[in-house]
Design a protein around this ligand. Structure first.
Ligand code: CU
Length: 268
């Protein structure tokens, strides 16, 4: 029985480790300025934790086999444990946990605590059951007022976020269902939610942030490669959560200006 346990534990350990080493299911190629640093930290965490995981499971299998029932009639020995070993692995776990947090804090802060630069493109992202809306301030650079009583999610577009047509600043606001941004320009997101908590997740940008009703959460990232990237909702937000999907299109600067101008023209 001890040998069977050893074989099963080792098989499960090495089979699951294989999928991580072979990168069978992995992140898409990083397309934002911080992606390389995030991936580096991600890989470091995986390697360190992988070593701990494999070592612990290898010893678990070994001990299951070593201390198997050998049929001897001598009574079982109970040990109280080893205080020194327990102290060592608690301290090591603490150092690993706090150390990894400290190592990643500058990456975390760069997109969250440091404000976006003055040239950043502001996009307001609103999550609602079960769609994302993206608002651009237009030539005046100002977002028009929105009013809760005007919100009509079934109408979509500007009505879905409750844009007040009587506010002069809202005249040139553009609201879309697909997010367009120019490449190599910082994008400042203002994340809002209409009904419940949603989470704006763009795997290729290594970007994930909750959108919370009543809050305007500012974060920023810089896309560095042109392409189409999937947006998902990463917070279980209701029955239609699985289809709360959007597209982020990173285009050239000229193409972005043309696209925004066309949306402005449609409004007139
Ligand atoms: Cu959602």
């Amino acid at each position: 029985m001890g040998l069977v346990l050893l074989i099963v534990i080792w098989l499960v350990t090495f089979a699951s480790t294989y999928f991580f080493v072979a990168k069978t299911w992995w992140l898409p190629v990083g397309a934002s300025a911080s992606a390389a640093a995030i991936d580096h930290h991600f890989a470091t965490t995986y390697i360190l934790m992988g070593i701990v995981f494999v070592a612990a499971q290898v010893f678990l299998g070994l001990f299951a086999w070593k201390y198997r029932d050998t049929g001897s009639s001598s009574p079982a020995q109970y040990s109280h444990g080893n205080n020194r070993l327990e102290f060592i692995w608690t301290v090591l776990t603490f150092v690993l946990f706090v150390g990894l947090n400290l190592m990643s804090s500058s990456i975390w802060a760069s997109e969250r605590f440091r404000p976006a630069g003055p040239g950043a493109l502001q996009v307001e992202v609103t999550g609602m059951q079960f769609a994302w809306y993206f608002r651009y301030a237009g030539p005046d650079g100002k977002f028009g007022a929105t009013k809760p009583e005007l919100i009509d999610p079934s109408a979509g577009g500007e009505a879905a976020i409750g844009l007040d047509p009587n506010d002069p600043a809202s005249k040139d606001d553009v609201v879309t269902g697909t997010m367009y941004v120019p490449v190599n320009r910082e994008v400042e997101l203002i994340l809002r939610a209409h009904d419940v908590i949603h989470s704006f997740f763009v795997p290729a940008m290594r970007f994930k942030q909750d959108a919370v009703p009543g809050l305007a959460i500012h974060m920023h990232f810089t896309p560095i490669s042109i392409g189409d990237y999937e947006i998902a909702c990463a917070e279980l937000c209701g029955l239609g959560h699985y289809k709360m999907h959007g597209m982020l299109k990173v285009v050239s600067r000229e193409e972005f200006d043309k696209w925004l101008a066309a949306r402005e023209a449609e409004k007139q």
